[in-house]
Design a protein. Sequence first.
Length: 395
Amino acid sequence: MSILKVKHGRERSIIRHHPWVFTSAIEEVIGQPGMGDTVDIVSSLGNWLARAAYSPKSKIRARIWTWDQEEQIDADFFQQRIKHAIDDRKRLFTGNRISAYREVHAESDGIPGLIIDRYNEYRVVQFLCAGVERWRKEIVDALVQIGGCDGIYERSDVDVRALEGLPKQSGLLWGKQAEESLIIQENDLSFLVDIYRGHKTGFYLDQRENRKMIYEMAFDGDVLNCFCYTGSFTAAALKAGATSVLSIDSSKPALEIARENILLNKLPPERCKWIDGDVFHELRRLRDEGQLFDVIILDPPRFAPTIAQAHRAARGYKDINLLAFKLLRHGGLLFTFSCSGGIGLDLFQKIVADAAIDAAVEAKILQTLGQPGDHPIGLPFPESRYLKGLVCRKR
C-alpha cells in the first residue's frame, strides 16, 4: 500500500478527525497510488495516522476512510458503513409522513463523496470523488444486498467531478426505471420530482424542515419567492395562508412542475403569479415599480462552491438581500439562505447585515436555520454545514 507522509505540524487536523488532506500538507508520496487507491497517511516522524482514498488531480489529495489502523477498506467496509447510515435514517423517520430523504451524507456518514437519496422506492446516488468512484461496484452491490428499493439511479452529472478528473455520468445502475415524475410525501405536502433531470438528485430535500416551519406559521399577506424552482416554498406559503405568492425562476420546465405542485396539493392557483426570468433583473424591476411584500424567500443556487470563490459570491448574496430589504414592508419577514460551502454562517450573517445597512433599514434575526438531521454535520468537519439560513424581521 502506498503512503502519504504529511509535513510537520500538518497532522493536527488529521488527529482531530478532519477528513480532508490537502496537497499543501503532503511532504512525500511513497509508492505510485492511482486514482481512488487506498493509501496510509503517516506523520513526518512515520507514525500511522489514518487510511484514505487518493485523488491525484484534486487539491484535496486524500479523503480519509478510517482512523482505525485495523480497519480494512473493502466491500465489507462499505456494506457496514452504508447499512449503519440507512438504519440511522429509519430511526429518524419512523412514523413520519416523509417518503424522500437522504440516506447517506458523504463525509458525515464516514463515506467521503457518496450521496444516496431515497425517493419512495428508488435510490439516487452520486459518486463525487475518486475514492467512491473506485469502489462504485462494491457500493452498488451493497445497496442491492441491503435491499428496500426497486431501482438505483446515478446522478453523478455534477461539475465537482471535474475537480477530481472524473467525467459526468448518469443512468440506471440496478433494477427498474422510475416514472418520469414521482410523487413524494413531505409531511403535509406532496411534490412531483424528476430524478432524471431535476436539480441535485431531483429535489431540495435539505429544505424540508424550513418548508414545514413556513407553512406552520399561519400568516397572511403577499409573498415573494425567489429562485422558486418547482415551487416547494410557494406551496408552503400558500398552505400558511398567503394572500398572494409571486414566484420567480429562470427555468420554464421547473415553473411548469411548480404549477402542477400547487394543483397536486389542492392549493388556490389564483393566488399565484409566476415569472420566468432572471431574479436579479426582476428584483430591480419590482423595486423600481415600488412593489412591497410581507414575506420574501431567497433560496439561490450555490454561488460559491469553494472558499476561493467566496469574495465574488458575496457580492451576489449582498445584491439580492439588499433588494429584498427594499422590497419588504415594515414588520415583514425575510427568509434568506446560502448553500455555498465557501460561505460560512458568520460571513453570511455579515453579508446580510451589510445589505441591510446599504438598504438603510433596521432588521433583526429571529432564527438561524440549517439542514435537517438526514444531512448531518460532522463535529470535526465544519464544511459539512453547507446550508445556512436566517429569518430576519424588518423593523
